[in-house]
Design a protein around this ligand. Structure first.
Ligand SMILES: Nc1ncnc2c1ncn2[C@@H]1O[C@H](COP(=O)(O)OP(=O)(O)OP(=O)(O)O)[C@@H](O)[C@H]1O
Ligand SMILES: [Mg+2]
Length: 487
């Protein structure tokens, strides 16, 4: 492969030395080419900002006021990777070592002393001079390569960071009440640690959202957050979900299964509705938390994992401990740090902000005009009890928007709230369709599901019975209700 031509800028103000330099380089014309020759520092800087060079050969003392260390520094600021070889006069009044140090410290690659003036053929010891140019060129290439790698690394880091910011922005934590700001502070403090966090709060207060925030603000943000809803998985499957199993561990295990703990290695695992974790799995979980080791079904060897555990519950775990439904030791392990999210009715200041946020959100989703809320409506909503917290608020807002009114008055609000109050109304499983209420299929389906489930609940003693009537396992019914917002 043909080697790159080394592009040189010569900065020299004495004709005699220019010609000696040219003569020194001439035999190496195939490798080294003097592109330009200038006699002042200013001219050199102008050319360097306009053109590409690899090496500058610089006479130490030149006319024009800008020379020496000052010039070297300016060149390096303009083009960091450009290499400078300095040549000095023999008559210079310095001991060589001090001068050499000064020159190198200001950024030059090499320095050499000119031959006495009676040597016409070369500027200084030829092999040294040529070698210095070749080495300078190698150094330039290395520095460029290093910069490129650093930039690439920075670019991919920037991309990762902006993806994480997107994840946070996609589901922002809205509200500025004292209660929510305290939660924010806790997220910030706890994110910096590796400790287990238990998030408590009524249903719909944002426990999952807080867990996500905690993960994406922690050092583990580049790794996964894996969620397991302990209430949504049958008791007998929970351990294989969490810890996985080896191929052949039991008759059906044709291939091994990676447990959630392994999948979350170096990241975070979010155990939602932790109160529903069966007692037998509680002791296994405790062992993982204490030893960082998992027992994979069918494997004798222990497997080490590094996972941060965030758990959440809307139950009073302490009470479950007293009733011996939840292991006390596990409770203390999970609850090293606690974030308790206050219910929405205790942070009234957030209500209007949340209504505005979700109104805009759903309007843009459905591509409809943003309605205005009359003051009386907002006041009423601020005083409302919000038993289902933000999840309920989201549903109400969604319903109000589907009504497609320009301004939302108190009657409309009350109507929407009433129909949301699960068991107090005479629910019919089906609804009449006419021109006015005709909506897109997705909305109609959703409305049907809401009515149907509400009706099933109305005619049943409890949710288990309602689930049975619908032919669903209770955990699926529970999930469905949550999904359509009638939890
Ligand atoms: N402060 C908030 N700002 C914006 N949206 C929020 C806020 N808090 C909760 N939400 C939204 O409300 C809904 C319910 O929140 P989330 O699922 O986190 O509640 P939860 O406490 O986990 O409820 P559950 O106990 O029923 O599981 C989600 O859509 C969530 O994005
Ligand atoms: Mg939740």
């Amino acid at each position: 492969m043909k080697e790159d031509l080394i592009r040189v800028l010569l900065v020299e103000d004495e004709e005699y030395d220019v010609s000696r330099t040219i003569k020194t380089i001439e035999p190496y014309a195939e490798r080294i080419k003097i592109l330009d020759i200038v006699s002042t520092g200013r001219q050199a800087l102008n050319l360097i900002s306009a053109k590409q060079y690899d090496v500058v050969i610089l006479d130490y003392q030149i006319s024009g006021g800008l020379y020496g260390e000052e010039l070297i520094k300016k060149i390096k600021t303009l083009e960091k990777s450009l290499q400078i070889i300095v040549i000095t006069k023999m008559t210079l009044n310095h001991t060589d070592l001090i001068l050499a140090n000064q020159i190198l410290k200001s950024g030059a690659f090499w320095f050499g002393t000119k031959n006495p003036s009676d040597i016409e053929e070369s500027i200084y010891q030829q092999t040294d001079f040529i070698l210095a140019i070749l080495n300078a060129f190698e150094k330039k290439k290395l520095e460029e390569e290093k910069d490129k790698l650093l930039n690439e690394k920075k670019d991919s880091q920037d991309k990762l960071d902006s993806n994480i910011q997107l994840m946070i922005d996609e589901k922002p934590l809205i509200g500025n009440s004292t209660g929510l700001n305290r939660v924010r502070e806790q997220i910030k403090t706890y994110a910096a640690t590796n400790t287990s966090v238990l998030i408590t709060g009524e249903s719909g207060t944002g426990k999952e959202l807080v867990a996500r925030n905690l993960h994406y603000k922690s050092d583990r943000k580049y790794e996964k957050i894996i969620t397991l809803n302990c209430s949504a998985i049958p008791e007998n499957l929970i351990e294989s979900e969490l810890f996985g199993y080896e191929k052949g561990a039991f008759t059906d295990a044709k291939s091994g299964k990676l447990g959630l703990f392994e999948q979350a290695h170096k990241g975070t695992i979010f155990l939602d509705e932790i109160s529903e974790l069966p007692l037998s799995s509680q002791s296994k979980l405790l062992r993982v938390l204490e030893a960082g080791e998992i027992d994979k079904i069918g494997r004798n060897k222990k497997y080490n994992v590094d996972v941060r555990v965030i758990s959440a519950t809307n139950k009073n775990l302490k009470e479950l401990v007293i009733k011996r439904e939840f292991r006390e030791d596990l409770y203390y392990r999970l609850n090293i740090l606690n974030i308790n999210i206050p219910p929405l009715r205790e942070r009234q200041d957030d209500i209007v902000e949340l209504i505005n946020f979700y109104t805009k959100f759903y309007c843009s989703d459905l591509n409809v005009k943003i309605p205005t809320y009359l003051k009386e409506s907002l006041n009423f909503l601020k005083d409302y009890k919000w038993k289902g917290n933000i999840r309920e608020l989201k549903n109400i807002v969604q319903r109000l928007i589907i009504l497609k009114k320009d301004s939302i008055d108190l009657t409309t609000v009350k109507m929407t709230l009433d129909s949301n109050d699960d068991r107090n109304i005479n629910v019919q499983p089906f609804f009449n369709i006419n021109d006015e209420s005709f909506s897109i299929l997705k909305d109609a389906e959703r409305e049907f599901r809401i009515n149907y489930c509400e009706y099933a609940r109305k005619i049943s003693k409890n949710d288990t019975e309602a689930a049975l009537k619908l032919g669903l396992p209770p955990s699926n019914f529970h999930r469905l209700c949550k999904e359509i917002g009638i939890k």
